[in-house]
Design a protein around this ligand. Structure first.
Ligand code: ATP
Ligand code: MG
Length: 386
């Protein structure tokens, strides 16, 4: 996010101020600005109440039913606006209810940084520090995973008392909603310093304190490293994580991790392929077609799992993918209607068979993806097959 966005953010909080409600930019945005990191989103806290926010911005969208979080569009920027946290009437009280000191920084309309919990000092010392660790992790045990996540993103160390307090409260992770766990672990996996964070995560046996369905039943027999640099996509990182946690049970365990349907399908497809072949994956045109982009991911994860580095195979799969004449059945030049029109008295169940036949022929390059050529091919080769 650039300077322009910061200017807009300051104008946005000034507008609140003019209306009589002190407001501040808080949390990750201030931290990332100070570290010269890219700012992903702006969080704003305000003295205004829920009703007052709704009155000021009638178009604001309430993002959560449980919590008063509003998404407000202002000058083409999106802001997440919340009244001071529950029970807090001042900014300082609000900040002290946040997770770590580095996330408890605020900025006012003039660009002054407000830092009552000495978050700046911790940023300089590169430490993840909770100002009242026992309370912080008792109030919301998800923060235990957030500590690992920030360690993975920033490469900071976790301050001693903070570490002790979080480790003592691991069992409380079982109370946390699975969606929230999923979101933090997803970010943890993508962090630049994932190796350090995941090593600590494993040493502390965090996985055995997750909700029942997410737990590992027995230590995985898969031994490999947490060095995931070559796994670039989020799905490959998830596949590697699940493999290391659950070994051969990884496919079944995916369901417990609250993926979107789409992501679940992709991650499972990677896992199944990787687990099916102990030697190299025998890629063929049709297999690559069926898996699509997940083929590339599966090859990368397979190499990671077997501790190999073979860029030629990656290049080959990439090339095969780019050469596919079609990406899905929808790209075919014939559909069910064409088949009904072309074949007399065709039975319904035969239509699907003919379409499959055409699909395979196109993918294998036996026939061009053209209507006349395909119908001719089907007449000659597939019509009388069982
Ligand atoms: P990111 O860069 O991933 O957006 P972030 O620090 O902004 O990181 P968010 O999850 O977007 O993290 O939360 C915004 C801010 O809200 C945090 O910086 C922190 O101050 C506060 N916060 C979020 N979740 C919690 C929590 N579970 N407990 C306490 N404070 C939290
Ligand atoms: Mg944020």
């Amino acid at each position: 996010m650039d300077r322009e966005a910061w200017k807009i953010a300051q104008q946005f909080i000034s507008y609140f101020d003019e209306k009589g409600f002190a407001s501040y930019i808080v949390g990750g945005a201030v931290r990332d600005l100070l570290l010269e990191r890219e700012v992903k989103d702006f969080d704003v806290v305000t003295k205004a109440s829920e009703c007052e926010i709704e009155a000021l911005f009638p178009k604001a969208i309430r993002a959560s039913r449980r919590f008063p979080i509003y998404i407000v569009r202002w000058d083409d920027c999106l802001f997440e606006v919340t009244p001071f946290r529950k029970g807090a009437v001042t900014l300082i009280e609000d900040l002290s209810k946040r997770d770590f000191t580095m996330n408890s920084l605020a900025m006012d309309k003039n660009g002054e940084v407000i830092d009552p919990l000495h978050g700046l000092q911790d940023l300089e010392r590169q430490r993840i520090n909770a100002h009242d660790p026992e309370k912080v992790f008792t109030d919301d045990p998800l923060r235990i995973l957030r500590a690992f996540r920030f360690q993975s993103e920033f490469g900071y160390t976790i301050e001693k008392k903070t570490w002790k307090a979080m480790i003592q409260r691991l069992t409380k992770l079982q109370e946390v909603a699975k969606e929230r766990i999923h979101a933090e672990v997803g970010k943890l996996l993508l962090g630049e310093f994932h190796k350090t964070a995941l090593t600590h995560f494993e040493e502390a046996k965090v996985a055995s304190f997750l909700p029942e369905t997410m737990k590992t039943s027995s230590p995985s027999t898969i031994s490999t490293t947490w060095y995931l640099i070559r796994l670039r996509s989020e799905n490959t990182r998830w596949a590697a994580f699940l493999l290391r946690m659950y070994g051969n049970e990884a496919v079944a365990k995916t369901s417990a991790w609250r993926f979107s349907n789409d992501q679940k399908r992709n991650v499972q497809s990677i896992l199944k392929t990787v687990l099916t072949y102990s030697e190299e994956i025998p890629w063929g045109q049709y297999m690559i077609y069926k898996m699509g982009e997940a083929a590339l991911d599966a090859e990368a994860v397979h190499q990671w799992l077997h501790n190999k580095e073979n860029t030629n195979r990656i290049t080959d799969v990439t090339h095969a993918l780019s050469q596919l004449p079609i990406r899905s059945k929808r790209d075919m030049a014939v559909d069910g209607r064409d088949i009904i029109n072309h074949f007399d008295f065709i039975k319904k169940e035969k239509i699907g068979h003919l379409l499959d036949c055409a699909e395979k022929a196109v993918v294998h390059g036996i026939v061009k993806n053209e209507k006349t050529a395909l119908l001719k091919y089907l007449k000659e080769n597939c019509e009388h097959e069982k």
